[in-house]
Design a protein around this ligand. Sequence first.
Ligand code: PLP
Length: 355
Amino acid sequence: MPHKRLFIPGPTEVRPENLLAGARPQIGHRGAEFHELYGRIVTKLQGLLETEQPVFLFTCSSTGIWEAAVRNCVRERVLCCMQGAFSDRWLTVARANGKEADPLKVEWGRGVPAADIDRALSSGKYDAVTVVHNETSTGVMNRLDEIAEVLRRYPGVTFLVDAVSSMAGVRIPVDAWGIDVCLAGLQKAFALPAGLAVASVSRRALEKARTVPGRGYYFDFVEMAKYHERGETPATPAIPQLHALDAQLDDMLAEGFAARFERHALLAGIVREWARSRFAIFAEEGYESATLTCVRNTRGISVADLNRELGRQWLQLSNGYGELKEKTFRIAHMGDTQEWEVRGLLATIDRILGA
Ligand code: PLP
């Protein structure tokens, strides 16, 4: 039975080899074989993120690390940069975890100007800031380097970054940019099954966490750090996903991280050129995402009908998110996607629309 080839911005298409990598006999999570697996994964993730900080493995989706980040790293008040459905939700999560949180709102489709963050932080009210690197609902990729430059002037502010739909798709030099928590799930640019998420956690953030009350248990960074030293997680992890991650990181190394990022840039360029000539791009110029394109539906086509037709050919893209439904549609070009696949999708859309 064929399946619909996913061009949605998560979960993304998983190669059969990586599905099979998880289909192995279970191993105990307190033994030498597991310690080796854990160590291999952490070392490779540190290479990907250009960091010497620990990288923790979480058996949950990215939302879980949103909770973890605010519970461990917000003492008084957090500034939440909001520019779309996911960045907006991080504020909701912070408040649901009992934290004082203020919005820094930017119109959907726009990037967060570093100067706005600077202005807000200069009030001295905040000890943490949340930024979504790549807002998946609008296809906007923030200029994290410029934001990092601002954060450098506020050493007392913990820098929390959601790289859910950018990690493993674009370069994120975590240490050079001084990111305290950089988190992502595996079902986006890692092109792996959902169920596992990862985050680099700076030693500075860990020190702070020790002094923040109410960290809970499952997501307590201090507890995770203790187990991390032994090459373990505090609770039983999703072992099949860890095997798949180990295998996929080897494949990424074989391709080369830089080559992987270049491939993402190439695919983004192809989709953007197509989108500009047929429709328009939702993201503000200069902030277009390298991993997905949110297309503004300037021709008033029925996105639902288009997707139905694509489905007959075992292809699937994504309608706009929430209130952007039918006003936009999204094409993911991340993970292990190749040029011929993207060109095939675009040619099929053209045929369906009679372009
Ligand atoms: N952050 C971003 C940028 C996302 O795109 C998503 C989901 O698409 C999430 C967070 C939440 O991820 P999950 O539903 O896997 O917890």
